[in-house]
Design a binder for this molecule. Structure first.
Ligand SMILES: Nc1ncnc2c1ncn2[C@@H]1O[C@H](COP(=O)(O)OP(=O)(O)OP(=O)(O)O)[C@@H](O)[C@H]1O
Ligand SMILES: [Mg+2]
Length: 390
């Protein structure tokens, strides 16, 4: 069929033609946003899920809702190798500048911008040729303790937003890349917002394993945040994800073809888009049948193996490749750390650093004590298919 009319949208963060199976999550986010801007309490949210499950898409959806509800928004992606302060600084500066143009918020936003200069100075943020530390507001956001200073900045923004009848929503993608003290600081700052009933909310997305928290941050995070699990779609939602976009184009698909797609994708959103996309392109017309899906499967694997899987594989060192291949050789996960060590003929303790490094790269995670699994769905299958030839 005409590739120009193809409704499917495989790709990182690209909005799917049908956002299937996420109604409850979206409704909860909307209720929370509506409450917080009215001065009521609601929990901030961290969407946790494997690669390609739709976390970024959901954050963008939340952003749209928030803007409709009167929030100014900022979307940042946690940097893998840089401090959070460097990413969050421009986001805070932008919201304060927007607020400073609004009636009622001008004075508070200007004070906020002064505090931000202190923040930039104490965290040594590189600002090109802009002078930092000049005209700052001494004693605000310049202690050098990230949790206190981020809290000061959130409070300055929250007060200015409140004065303008607005809110601020901060979206943080790839939150697993934050260092422990950075995540703790965000959580402590959110706690301050909730205590002061200021209209600031954080929505984040990340891999299932985020930094382990301790102390106050841990107890706050349990009360102040919910952690919706972003999983593969169930059968009904996966069916909708494929059939609804086709219906809109007056194209039918046969039942065994749908079953085959479900089997090949396990309901993972990214793979559903990929299979839908190829099924459309290879089919001669409506209805799409099982033969079309056989051909689509070949094309989907070819493209995934060269792209989605390949880019992730290429980030591993040779020793790390040995490790993940040993995992895949054991079948599908989760895997016992001890079994992987046995497959490699090594002592599990000696493999600790290697395992930690693969976790830091976001390729594997620990679903429970003594176990590991891939963060990329079907990665084990990719390794067996292309590397182990089993
Ligand atoms: N609910 C859904 N129904 C159908 N397709 C979806 C849904 N959510 C996301 N998708 C599709 O899945 C793909 C991946 O989405 P997205 O990039 O948001 O995932 P992610 O969880 O952020 O992945 P990563 O961890 O790699 O960043 C996109 O092609 C998107 O269109
Ligand atoms: Mg993403």
């Amino acid at each position: 069929m005409d590739p120009v009319a193809n409704p499917f949208s495989p790709g990182a963060g690209s909005r799917p033609p049908e956002l299937a199976g996420r109604e409850e999550i979206i409704r909860d986010a909307e209720v929370g946003l509506k409450r917080v801007i009215m001065g009521k309490n609601a929990q901030s949210q961290i969407f946790l899920g494997l690669r390609g499950t739709g976390k970024t898409v959901l954050l963008n959806e939340v952003l749209d809702i928030a803007e409709r509800e009167g929030y100014i928004s900022a979307f940042i992606e946690a940097p893998e190798n840089k401090p959070l302060t460097e990413m969050i600084y421009p986001a805070m500066r932008q919201v304060l500048r927007k607020l400073s143009a609004l009636e009622g918020a001008k004075h508070l936003a200007t004070r906020g911008l002064q505090a931000l200069r202190g923040f930039a100075s104490v965290f040594k943020i590189k600002l090109g040729d802009v002078e930092i530390g000049v005209d700052a507001d001494p004693g605000v956001a310049d202690s050098g303790h990230l949790d206190i200073d981020l809290g000061d900045m959130f409070e300055a923004i929250g007060r200015a937003a409140q004065a303008a009848g607005k809110g601020w929503v901060l979206l943080i993608d790839e939150i697993q890349y934050l260092k422990e003290e950075e995540l703790a600081a965000v959580i402590v700052a959110v706690h301050r917002m909730s205590q002061r009933k200021l209209p600031v909310m954080v929505f984040a997305g990340g891999l299932p394993q985020i930094a382990k928290l301790s102390g106050d941050a841990k107890s706050y995070s349990e009360r102040l945040f919910v952690y919706p699990k972003i999983d593969a779609l169930d059968e009904v939602a996966a069916h909708d994800a494929i059939t609804k976009p086709l219906d809109a184009e007056n194209v039918k698909i046969e039942n065994d073809a749908i079953s085959k797609i479900n089997k090949m994708t396990s309901g993972y959103p990214f793979f559903l888009q990929e299979w839908g996309h190829h099924a459309w392109n290879v089919a001669d017309g409506s209805p799409i049948d099982i033969n079309d899906i056989e051909r689509a499967t070949e094309k989907a694997f070819a493209r995934l193996d060269d792209g989605f899987f390949r880019v992730r594989f290429d980030r591993l060192t040779n020793a790390e490749v040995d490790y993940v291949e040993a995992m895949a050789s054991l079948g599908s996960g989760p895997y016992k750390v001890n079994d992987v060590a046995k497959a490699l003929g090594k002592d599990p303790k000696s493999l600790g650093p290697r395992r930690a490094s693969i976790i830091t790269k976001g390729m594997i995670y620990s679903p429970s004590y003594g176990e590991i699994d891939f963060t990329v769905p079907l990665f084990d299958d990719f390794l067996r298919r292309t590397r182990l030839e089993i």
